[in-house]
Write a protein that binds this ligand. Structure first.
Ligand code: HEC
Ligand code: HEC
Length: 301
């Protein structure tokens, strides 16, 4: 969390969170008990933890409209939609409990969603059970097919890992054209040569090639497809997490799922490439900086 965010949290959000603790809602909708393997006690624990820690941002009814929500550009999730962003299923499918648990545990970097690591595993499980009561229709369906992490063909071989970055760069700018939403990290000539390698004709590029593009989510807010040289990744930037984010896509957003479309080796290569750009690990390992990448623009102008 940036210091400024932490300041906002302390000065404005916590008082609301504390105030809201006194409110007690009517009985929990125990409909969930019929379909899901949870006890009434767990739901009551979950509600208590929710009202203590989450209600200030996510709101009493789980609609993301808690009193603190107006302080944040990235809006707290509306749980009534039943759509979750980061999960081990193809984007848009019903997530597994462990996916929601992980998001609570880890928090989401670059947003105000904090990590709740300090809560016990029991409390976090109870929170998962309680969050699901906000969208009973979604969770009366079984979760989607779990995407596994395939074996990493590059692991442990330094040279192969460097080649993986290059392979990922080629796929990013070739077959998957990730720069249609995220920025490009190659010159127009390079992109055209990647296209040629897969039998696609050369083309001209717009001035926005090196910009991040905005799109709307199912919740109606406008979000950015991040420039990896500039912004942190919400879900984390270790290789396995990146592989999962790329293969699963991001529920409720424009970011599509690439599972079943890209071969495992290309998925891993893409994870290596994005990681080589990512600022999250401290200093970028990549060969390009944000400034250098912006200079590529001049070739188009
Ligand atoms: C300071 C505000 C804040 C508090 C407090 C907060 N959250 Fe969040 N939470 C957010 C924001 C903002 C997002 C949406 C981030 C995004 O979409 O990028 C979010 C998203 C989530 C998600 C969705 C993850 C996904 O993959 O879609 C879950 C689950 C979640 N919060 C659970 C909780 C729980 C449980 C608590 C209390 C223990 C909590 N949050 C407290 C701000 C908050
Ligand atoms: C149609 C638009 C679109 C395309 C194409 C697209 N993305 Fe995204 N991507 C997004 C959006 C929007 C977000 C931001 C989601 C958010 O912040 O909630 C995103 C976020 C991401 C993230 C960050 C996740 C995090 O943890 O914050 C990664 C990594 C990513 N995309 C990789 C890729 C790769 C690799 C490709 C090509 C294979 C790709 N994207 C293609 C729209 C797209």
């Amino acid at each position: 969390m940036k210091n400024s965010n932490r300041f906002i949290l302390l000065m404005f959000v916590l008082p609301f969170v504390m105030l809201s603790c006194n409110e007690y809602t009517e009985d929990i909708d125990l409909k969930m008990l019929a379909s899901v393997d949870v006890t009434e006690e767990q739901l009551i624990d979950g509600r208590e933890a929710y009202q203590t820690y989450c209600i200030g941002c996510h709101g009493e009814n789980g609609d993301g409209k808690g009193p603190a929500s107006k302080f944040f550009v990235i809006q707290p999730r509306d749980f009534t939609s039943g759509v979750y962003k980061f999960a081990s299923v193809a984007a848009g499918e019903v997530p597994h409990d462990v996916d929601i648990y992980n998001a609570i545990d880890r928090g989401l970097a670059r947003s105000s969603m904090p990590s709740w690591k300090f809560l016990s595993a029991n409390t976090k499980n109870a929170l998962v059970a309680y969050l699901k009561t906000f969208s009973p229709d979604t969770f009366s369906e079984p979760p989607g097919a779990r995407l596994s992490i395939p074996q990493n063909p590059f692991a442990g071989d330094e040279e192969a890992e460097l080649e993986a970055v290059e392979q990922g760069k080629a796929v990013y700018h070739g077959f998957t054209a990730c720069y249609s939403c995220h920025p490009s990290y190659a010159s127009p000539d390079e992109i055209n040569s990647y296209r040629e390698d897969i039998g696609q004709p050369a083309r001209k590029y717009n001035i926005d090639l090196y910009e991040e593009k905005y799109s709307e989510t199912v919740w109606g807010d406008t979000i950015v497809a991040p420039d990896f040289l500039k912004r942190k990744l919400k879900n984390g930037n270790d290789l396995q997490t990146l592989l999962m984010t790329i293969q699963a896509g991001i529920g409720g957003t424009a970011m599509p799922s690439w599972a079943g479309i890209l071969p495992d080796e290309d998925l891993w290569a893409m994870a290596y490439f994005v990681r080589s750009l990512s600022i999250q690990q401290g200093t970028p390992q990549g060969k390009i900086s944000y400034k250098e990448n912006q200079e590529l623009k001049k070739e188009i102008e």
